[in-house]
Structures are given as C-alpha cells and as structure tokens.
Design a binder for this molecule. Structure first.
Ligand SMILES: NC(=O)c1ccc[n+]([C@@H]2O[C@H](COP(=O)([O-])OP(=O)(O)OC[C@H]3O[C@@H](n4cnc5c(N)ncnc54)[C@H](OP(=O)(O)O)[C@@H]3O)[C@@H](O)[C@H]2O)c1
Length: 328
C-alpha cells in the first residue's frame, strides 16, 4: 500500500484526497519509482475540475511528471535498475499513470536518467515545460538566431522554458504578462523585453521592438479574442502556436492572419513524446541545455504532499513565476 492522491468527484482543490492504495508491481516494459518530487501543471487543475481535453474515470489519479528512485522494473526493461535516480517525461493520459503519490509506475520510454547535478525538485520541474517549448520552437518552428519570439503567459513554467530556449539559440524572447507585477522577475528570467498586456498596446510594442516586422513566432497558451492582437504582432508568414486554452472564450481566426499569410497552429507536447525520434532529440537538447546551465528550471514554490490542495490553490491563484513542485 502507498499514499496516492486521488479524487472521487470533479471540483475545486478540496476534492484531492491522500489515500492508501494498493500499488501492483510494474508490468512488462514498465518502471516503478519511489516519487521524491512531482511537478504541477495547469492541465491537472483543469482535469481535476472536469474542464480538460480528456475526462477523468473516477476515482482518478492525476499527474504528469515526477522525479524519484527506481524501485522495480518490469519484464523486458533494460537500462534501468533499482536505485537509479530518474525523472519522468509526461506520458499521454493525465489520469492513467498518476504521478501524485509516493509511488508511480510508467512505461520505460518515458523514464530518463537526468544529470546527477539536478535535484529531485528541479528534475520534477523539467520535462513538461522544456519538451513543450522545445517541440514548438525548435522542432517545428526552427527558431534561430535573431528571430523575435513572442511568449504569452510568460511567467508560466512553459513560458519561462520558452524564454530560456529562445536565448539558448540566440533568438529574442519578448515576454507578455497581464500586469507589470511580474516584469522584473521576467527580465531576471531572461526576457529581452516585457509587455504588460493590460497596461500597454501589445501589437504596437512588438512592432516597435522588431523594427516594424512583428514576431516570427508567437507561443500562446491563452487563446480567445486576444489572438486578434497577437496576429497584429506577428510577422508576415509567421506562425502562432495555440497550445492552451487559459481564456474561457472561443478563439477566432484573425482576418489579418489571412492577409499576412500567418499560420495559426494547434500544438501539443505529445506530438514530440509519442514519436521516438523526436523524443530522443528532445531529451538530448534538454539534457545538454541542463548540463551547460543554459536551461535551469525556475521553481516558484514547493509544498509537501500532504498540502496538495494548497498547492493547487496556489497554482490557480496565478501568483507564481515558474513551476510549483510538491515534495514527497
Ligand atoms: N499543449 C501542450 O502540450 C501543453 C503542455 C504544457 C502546458 N500547456 C498549457 O500551457 C499553459 C501554461 O501551463 P503551466 O502549467 O506552465 O501554467 P502555470 O505555471 O500555471 O502559469 C499560468 C500563467 O498563465 C497566466 N494566466 C493564467 N490565466 C490566464 C488567463 N485567463 N488569461 C491570460 N493569462 C493567464 C498567468 O500569468 P500572468 O498573471 O503573468 O499573466 C499565470 O501565472 C496552460 O494553458 C497549459 O494547459 C500546454
């Protein structure tokens, strides 16, 4: 038996319960780890409240990413042994494997031996944010030196990862946040420019920064009517990634995107993680970036497992700059 977070009904953070649950040995191709730290993702709050792309089967576990120590490996697993220090690249299916708990079992292809210099907290804050930002910016948009990249919700864990990755390849990260409260933190995190969207004209600022051309790449998890403004901030033949739905409102296809041949593209991290070639390239890029120090997870706050509901409340408060991590 292990202590595992589950929920029996959808709703607010208080539906999360820490329960004693039977944890079977790993099946063929699986690795079971003793979880030391787990990273929180916005999608988990949406899943918990029944507002995500997939619906939970109740009672449901949840959680995408964790770091810990291998306890046991299933039949056919090579390359991992009990005692190995590892972290987990988010598998597909939010309730399927469930990282929130003392123990998690995942398919071996999603398990990584991360650099030993990385703490459990930092390792649990690594994979979702860097794989998501890497996939869109590097694998798909081929962002390179001198490209202007507009990053909205830039204080989110994925936004900060995008800032670091843009800097790593010599691009110019322009961070957008709703108010100026997080301006200094975003500059300290590597943003070349910060635009407070509730206080400034985003499109005018981006055009001024880019000498009138606009950003070649826009990385946006908000959507909704704000994409009209984003399209005005985008360069001709640029690309707008839509990778989240923080806005509750429908997302239009902006007319200016038509006239300026701008591509507006849905994007999900599993485009990378379900393709073995792309996943290997992502792991290499991220492990190299961590080793060189160009990539360094920014952790907003940590909570103990017993305070999982408080951790979700903090996630939804939008006060954070970076990743919220729960320690076990
Ligand atoms: N497609 C994928 O594969 C994928 C993978 C990972 C994450 N995501 C998505 O990426 C987004 C960020 O995830 P995360 O876990 O990194 O988030 P997070 O750390 O919880 O950060 C959320 C930030 O977004 C901003 N925000 C929140 N609600 C907003 C709203 N209604 N309008 C505008 N801005 C808002 C806030 O920043 P300010 O207060 O500074 O504005 C907030 O601090 C989520 O939408 C998530 O679902 C998608």
């Amino acid at each position: 038996m292990s202590r595992i977070v589950r929920f029996h009904e959808v709703g607010g953070p208080d539906v999360l319960r820490l329960e004693e649950v039977e944890t079977p040995p790993p099946g063929p191709g699986e690795v079971r780890l003793a979880v030391k730290a787990l990273g929180l993702n916005r999608a988990e709050a949406a899943f918990r409240s029944g507002r995500y792309l997939e619906q939970p089967v109740l009672p449901s576990r949840l959680g995408y990413e964790a770091a810990g120590i291998v306890q046991d490996v299933g039949e056919g697993v090579s390359g991992f042994a009990p005692g190995d220090v590892v972290s987990v690249v988010p598998p597909v299916g939010l309730g399927k494997y469930g990282m929130y708990g003392e123990v998690a079992t995942v398919p071996a292809q999603f398990v990584v031996k991360h650099p030993p210099s990385l703490s459990f907290v930092d390792a649990a804050a690594t994979w979702m944010q860097y794989v998501t930002a890497y996939g869109a910016l590097i694998e798909i948009a081929a962002v390179t030196k001198g490209d202007a990249v507009l990053i909205t919700a830039a204080s989110s864990s994925v936004g900060l990862a995008a800032i670091q990755i843009a800097n790593l390849v010599g691009a110019i990260p322009i961070a957008a946040t709703r108010t100026s409260a997080k301006r200094d933190a975003l500059l300290a995190a590597g943003a070349a420019h910060v635009v407070a969207t509730a206080e400034e004209d985003l499109a005018a600022r981006v055009r001024a920064i880019t000498g009138g051309t606009g950003a070649r790449v826009v990385f946006d998890p908000i959507g909704g009517p704000g994409v009209e403004v984003l399209a005005h901030a985008t360069a001709r033949e640029g690309i707008i990634f839509q990778y989240g739905a923080l806005s509750p409102d429908p997302t239009p296809f902006p007319r200016v995107a038509l006239g300026n041949a701008i591509a507006m593209r849905g994007y999900i991290y599993s485009e990378i993680t379900t393709d073995p070639r792309r996943l290997e390239a992502a792991k290499r890029f991220i492990v190299d970036g961590l080793a060189s120090g160009a990539l360094h997870p920014i952790v907003a706050k940590t909570f103990p497992l017993e305070a999982i509901a408080d951790a979700h409340r903090y996630l939804e408060s939008n006060q954070q700059v970076g990743k919220i991590v729960v320690t076990v």
